[in-house]
Design a protein. Structure first.
Length: 132
């Protein structure tokens, strides 16, 4: 299953965004605090519980000039990859989050809408973080 967040324009360079997102501790700043609990992080990975009690863990999985890669960690109920796509537009950067998960049809019905909302929220929070 693939999900793509909304495209946002961030008032920062690609390098600044990749540096910020490469530190998993910073993900706390772009997550919806009212929908998660038990956030724990190191610089390379984080985990948290989402509403419903499911634990999600994210592990930094490298980057290149235009993308940052994250993958699911051991505590996650299904394997997935997140790719943050970035494209500089003058002094700003345009980007979106692409989710690619191994989700069966039943689970897809349960997680598609909440995950789409989560990635759109994270994109908007990233934008507002750099607009300060």
């Amino acid at each position: 299953m693939e999900l793509k967040s909304t495209n946002v324009t961030v008032n920062a360079s690609k390098a600044d965004i990749i540096t910020f997102l490469s530190n998993a501790e910073n993900l706390w700043l772009i997550l919806p605090k009212d929908k998660i609990s038990d956030f724990k992080a190191t610089t390379t990975e984080c985990s948290f519980k989402v509403q419903g009690g499911i634990t999600i863990s994210l592990v930094e999985n490298g980057s290149d000039a235009d993308k940052l890669y994250l993958k699911s960690g051991d505590k996650t109920p299904f394997p997935f990859k997140l790719t943050v796509h970035l494209s500089e537009q003058g002094e700003k950067t345009e980007g979106y989050i692409l989710f690619d998960g191994e989700v069966n049809a039943f689970l897809k019905l349960m997680v598609e809408k909440p995950l789409s909302a989560l990635f759109n929220y994270m994109s908007e929070k990233l934008k507002s973080h750099f607009d300060k």
